[in-house]
Design a protein around this ligand. Structure first.
Ligand SMILES: [Zn+2]
Length: 408
């Protein structure tokens, strides 16, 4: 467990960075964490080495070691461990005193906020870093890519395009900076947001090729296949979509973070139409506590169930609206509300006259026995009609009745 890989003189390799204070030192846990996170294997060991590096005074003297360790925790989707470390670093003056130290913490705080669903804070910090000319180019490229991701996730496609244009994305891509794959992902997202799926797909695949050539095999570092799968599906290329989705799931399972596996399962269910995979992806995203893709998966599942006329659509759509509202993603809140409205209408249409009568009496407070007497039914008959109503309306029982308005 404690084998520390020898220091590689070729550092920094993606996603590492050179900082003014970043000279190498012997027996560095951060270097081992970096090798493991790039390979996308043995997540528990990667987390262990990242935590060890953060506790090691030798590593603490180097911003590059701190950066690598924190990025490892980020890719491991250990949001609470990362959150705790960032709190520690925010309180300590040691890192802030080093060149780039403060920006490192701010950037990772912003990314952490975004993944946990705190969009506004993430946007404010990233915007400031992008425009801060005193910040190193690599860090500004990273902030630019992450800020584009925030805007695209909120469907602010025009603002995202404008952001990339004003920061001269073509020139930055030509300069082959450390974070070129992330800039390609950002440009690809703007292309697909504008309906240019072929150009988007090219960018995502070029990002993937660049990472593979650089020996980066972890889908959690740059999640390029899921948007490539969506673009391929829009282009009608199901074979490519299926191939990439299967590769992503294998790579995500090798790395093993709930968020990576959840994202991969969501992506594959778009190809296979498998609701069980979608259910699993939602459970893993809830478990991992990373919420930014959750409404999309819940809307997909809720939409499929609503189309089948299943009452199970309702709790999924309500949860989608709840999480999307927390993130300020109004388009997803509206979509959830639209689907919920169709669900209510469909249920109303299908209530029989007898069901409507039973439901009205239940709502007015009658017991099942009283309803049976009034409508000349058996108690079991009343129970049958009521449970049929609950199923059609997506209610869990009598206590939910107050929320229902019956069309008469
Ligand atoms: Zn170190």
């Amino acid at each position: 467990m404690d084998t520390v890989i020898a220091l590689n003189p070729a550092l920094p390799a993606f996603p590492a960075m050179r900082f003014a204070s970043g000279e190498s030192h012997a027996t560095c846990h951060a270097v081992t964490a970096l090798a493991l996170v790039r390979a996308g294997a043995d997540r528990p060991a990667a987390i262990h080495h990242a935590e060890s590096a953060l506790d090691d005074p030798g590593c603490a003297a180097h911003v590059s070691c701190t950066w690598t360790s924190l990025v490892t925790l980020l890719a491991a989707a250990a949001p609470h461990a990362l959150d705790a470390r960032l709190h520690e670093l925010e309180r300590s003056s040691q890192l802030a005193a080093r060149a780039g130290g403060e920006t490192v913490v701010e950037l990772l705080r912003a990314r952490c906020d975004f993944l946990l669903g705190q969009q506004d804070r993430a946007r404010a910090v990233l915007t400031r870093v992008v425009h801060d000319r005193a910040t190193a180019l690599d860090l500004r490229c990273l902030a630019l890519a992450w800020l584009t991701h925030v805007l695209v996730a909120a469907r602010q496609h025009t603002a995202a395009r404008h952001l990339l244009e004003t920061n001269d994305i073509e020139r930055l891509l030509a300069r082959r900076t450390t974070y070129r794959p992330l800039l390609l992902m950002a440009r690809g997202a703007v292309h697909t947001g504008a309906g240019r799926f072929a150009r988007g797909l090219e960018d995502f695949q070029e990002a993937g090729r660049g990472l593979t050539e650089a020996g980066v095999h972890n889908p959690a570092l740059v999640t390029w296949r899921p948007p490539a799968v969506k673009a391929a599906l829009r282009l009608g290329n199901r074979a490519l979509a299926a191939e990439l989705a299967t590769e992503e799931l294998a790579a995500a399972r090798r790395w093993g973070s709930p968020h990576a596996v959840g994202t991969a399962l969501h992506t594959r269910s778009l190809v296979t139409g498998d609701n069980a995979e979608l259910e699993d992806s939602i459970s893993l995203m809830e478990l991992g506590g990373t919420h930014f893709l959750l409404p999309e998966a819940l809307l997909e599942l809720g939409g499929r169930l609503a189309a089948e006329g299943s009452a199970a659509a309702r709790p999924r759509l309500e949860r989608a609206a709840e999480v999307a509202a927390l993130m300020g993603h109004h388009h997803q809140v509206h979509e959830a509300q639209r689907l919920l409205a169709t669900l209510s209408r469909a249920a109303e249409v299908r209530l029989s006259d007898q069901e409507t009568r039973v439901l009205s009496l239940a709502q007015s407070g009658c017991t099942n026995k009283q309803i049976a007497a009034k409508l000349c039914l058996t108690v079991r008959g009343v129970e049958f009609h009521l449970s049929s109503c609950y199923r059609k309306l997506g209610l869990s029982g009598r206590r939910d009745l107050a929320a229902v308005r019956i069309a008469t």
